[in-house]
Design a protein around this ligand. Structure first.
Ligand code: NAD
Ligand code: MN
Length: 363
């Protein structure tokens, strides 16, 4: 397995700037696996040209030839466009990428002295909840006004998979921490999983989620006995996350809550431009920066490539190349810690290319 083939799907906007940047960093890793890359189409612009946002060919190449993929961002419109649906949502479904893994960690830097210290990993269930997009509208015959409905689906199957991923990641993080000297460890307590829900109101759906994730630990005392488990209602989760973000290790949430809290958490570490994610399934991984296509800065060469570079690291990590991934994270952290070469979203004046070159220097 010394050759890793990666599908690159830049898609729209700054995706086309940050994905090539991440590729450059991957190519510069020494003594790791050999990489092969294949560029693949998808996105809203591709849809406007061809009528499809995710061509079958892209799916086929991913499934038949690639070990994993990197996805940039897609410019999904906020209004409904006939025939269009988001290619990343479709990819998650078609490749059964059931967990979205989002580390959010601070780096000490003179560039952001007010930085709160935190090192959390958010696991967002990726296949169901309100995002099954079962929506309809009708007109209320009594008032003549419109009424819109959405279904929310929570299954024991998906909740158990996401919960298992959370407990496994809590153990993996603990192992990695133990490789560092004690004074360099941010988290010094037992590994911990925080289950996010709102089952005081939605006792049927969130209730099933809560019980199922709890059962992962309760039914595997030998494996997960050393991992602490706590619960947090989603609204107070947001509150606590802003008040004491250092109090969280692994956080696991249903799809919608997970989406919202992880974008919110990005605000605690400087910018959406630095937060990575990986869509993880049992057979495939797609690295993907948390940010969107940023139409306001697209084409200007100033997009922050760090989220994409870290997403490439996550991809490697989930493909089993942990040491290479750690090298990438360290190189990025060194650039941030120095705080000199920063894109405008972090208050700097540097370009995408400047940041890539600084990362390469630290590799
Ligand atoms: P966005 O993440 O694209 O941008 C939000 C703000 O953050 C903008 O000011 C942008 O300039 C800035 N920003 C984001 N990434 C940055 C980076 N790497 N470097 C510097 N600045 C960065 O979110 P939005 O504006 O809400 O959405 C824009 C488009 O992106 C929409 O069409 C939306 O549907 C899409 N989107 C896609 C994804 C995805 O592909 N997974 C996720 C979120 C939004
Ligand atoms: Mn989001």
């Amino acid at each position: 397995p010394s050759t890793v083939k990666i599908g690159l799907i830049p898609a729209d906007g700054i995706g086309r700037e940050v994905i090539p940047a991440a590729r450059t960093v991957l190519e510069s890793l020494s003594d790791g696996p050999k990489f092969e890359f294949v560029n693949l189409d998808a996105g809203f612009e591709y849809f406007q040209k061809t009528g499809t946002a995710l061509p079958q060919e892209t799916l086929d190449v991913l499934k038949n030839e690639c070990n994993g993929a990197l996805f940039g961002a897609v410019s999904s419109p906020s209004h409904k466009v006939a025939g269009y649906s988001s290619p990343i949502v479709a990819l998650r479904k078609k490749l059964d990428l059931y967990a979205n893994v989002r580390p959010v960690a601070s780096v000490k830097s003179p560039a952001f002295p007010d930085q709160r210290e935190l090192d959390m990993l958010i696991i967002r269930e990726n296949t169901e909840c309100l995002y099954i997009k079962s929506e309809r509208q009708e007109v209320d015959p009594e008032t003549g006004l419109k009424v819109a409905w959405a279904d929310r689906k929570i299954t024991e199957y998906a909740s158990k998979r996401a919960g298992t991923m959370a407990f496994n990641m809590a153990l993996t993080r603990q192992k990695l921490r133990e490789q560092k000297p004690l004074e360099k460890r941010f988290w010094k307590q037992n590994p911990r999983v925080t289950i996010v829900h709102k089952s005081n109101v939605m006792s049927v759906t969130d209730g099933l989620w809560r019980e199922t994730v709890r059962a992962v630990k309760e039914q595997n005392p030998d494996k997960y006995g050393g991992v602490d488990m706590e619960e947090q209602l989603v609204d107070s989760m947001v509150y606590r996350m802003f008040r004491e973000p250092e109090a969280f290790d692994v956080v696991v949430a249903p799809n919608l809550y997970g989406d919202i809290i992880s974008d919110g958490a990005a605000a605690l570490v400087g910018s959406l431009g630095v937060v990575p994610s990986a869509n993880v399934g049992d057979d495939f991984v797609v690295g993907e920066p948390v940010h969107g296509s940023a139409p306001d800065i697209a084409g200007k060469g100033i997009a922050n490539p760090i989220a994409a570079i870290r997403s490439a690291g996550l991809l490697l990590e989930h493909l089993g190349h942990t040491q290479q991934a750690l090298k990438m994270y360290d190189a990025v952290d060194a650039v941030l810690a120095e705080g000199k070469i920063l894109t405008p979203d972090l208050g700097g004046k540097s370009t995408t290319t400047d940041v890539v070159n600084a990362v390469l220097k630290n590799l």
